[in-house]
Ligand binder design. Structure first.
Ligand code: ATP
Ligand code: SF4
Ligand code: MG
Length: 321
């Protein structure tokens, strides 16, 4: 079956100015999001996952330089004037942010916040607005929505706040939803419920989704395809089952070995030694080489190219010919 592309990222590069010059936070990122799929972006903290999402939303901090193309239904968002982007943000492409407490304004009620967002994009009378807000809370399984609508964020639990943010993200029936670690701050049972909710809404609304996480075990619940990112660079990319059950990149293998799973219960987990370098500390060659147990001489000299090893499965490693 021919897949339709809804979003295409081409040669995306994001640079930031540091004390000693410009550093790249994202390095030559290329990927497509197909209509109706969930694409997961996975990597440890500091790999550039949030920056990738913020680039698509055009919400990057002032001090960065962005280059490349972000094609949404063939329109390049990078060169789109702010006024046009405002019509797309929230309405066509929406985002659930990493931290639910800071993404909701503590001094306004949930009604004021959802209401304001809807009013920014649609003309709707007061009564219908309230009904629409209650309907959104129902869709994301908030108990007693008529009362909860008039609560302030601190009066809700962490899981409820995250549900509200998901509700806000789907309120205007967008085409794409980007979820940035929406379950990280929650305990495991609440996490599972939010993932279920996300999957249901995605299916019912026919959304295309980008789901960002550092946790590969979440991916088995949500994704169709996976991108493995390290230090602002795509290391491996492919269908979910291939990445999870037949990973080729040493970094992906390391992430899988450090993942608690049913089969490994009781066994010793082996986290990858070392840490992700900041953009100003990225070594020459393969950015993963200081932590890689398979590294060869060439690894510290030359960055490997992303090679297609089978249909839709790409790997960036000198071990792959
Ligand atoms: N204002 C800034 N100035 C310089 N570097 C920054 C700035 N903001 C972020 N970075 C760096 O950019 C890199 C990418 O950050 P990003 O937030 O995209 O990571 P992430 O993968 O989302 O991590 P996490 O899982 O912790 O959310 C990190 O190394 C971070 O330290
Ligand atoms: S290119 Fe070299 S250092 Fe990088 S992941 Fe492959 S073997 Fe390891
Ligand atoms: Mg992040």
């Amino acid at each position: 079956m021919h897949k339709k592309t809804i979003l295409e990222i081409k040669n995306l590069r994001v640079d930031i100015k540091g004390n000693l010059g410009w550093y790249s936070i994202l390095n030559n990122i290329n990927f497509k999001l197909f209509t109706g799929e969930t694409l997961c972006i996975v990597g440890e903290s500091g790999c550039g996952k949030t920056f990738t999402a913020l680039s698509i939303m055009k919400l990057l901090p002032e001090e960065v330089k962005i280059r490349g193309n972000i094609l949404f239904q063939k329109k390049d968002l990078i060169s789109l004037p702010d006024q046009e982007m405002r019509k797309i943000r929230g309405k066509e492409i929406s985002m659930v942010f990493q931290d639910p407490l800071t993404s909701l304004n503590p001094v306004f009620t949930i009604y004021q916040q959802i209401g304001e967002m809807i009013l920014a994009h649609t003309k709707i009378d007061k009564h219908s607005l309230k009904q629409r807000c209650i309907q959104i809370l129902k869709e994301v399984n908030i108990p007693d929505p008529e009362t909860k609508l008039f609560s302030y964020p601190h009066q809700l639990s962490g899981g409820q706040r995250q549900r509200i943010l998901i509700g806000m993200a789907i309120a205007l029936s967008p085409k794409i939803i980007i979820a940035d670690e929406p379950t990280t701050a929650l305990d495991v049972t609440v996490q599972a419920k939010i993932l279920k909710l996300f999957n249901r809404l995605k299916r019912e609304m026919g959304l295309s989704a980008i789901y960002i996480t550092h946790d590969l075990s979440v991916v088995s619940e949500v994704g169709d395809r996976i991108i493995i990112m390290y230090s602002g660079t795509i290391m491996e990319q492919g269908p979910k089952h291939e990445i999870l059950f037949s990973p080729k990149h040493p970094y992906t293998k390391g992430l899988i070995n450090s993942m608690p799973s049913y089969e490994k219960k009781g066994q010793h987990l082996s986290p990858i030694p070392g840490y992700v370098p900041g953009p100003d500390k990225r070594p020459d060659g393969c950015p993963f080489h200081p932590r890689c147990k398979y590294k060869k001489k060439i690894c510290s000299i030359e960055i490997p190219k992303l090679k297609e090893i089978s249909k839709d499965h790409l790997v960036r490693c000198h071990l792959i010919y």
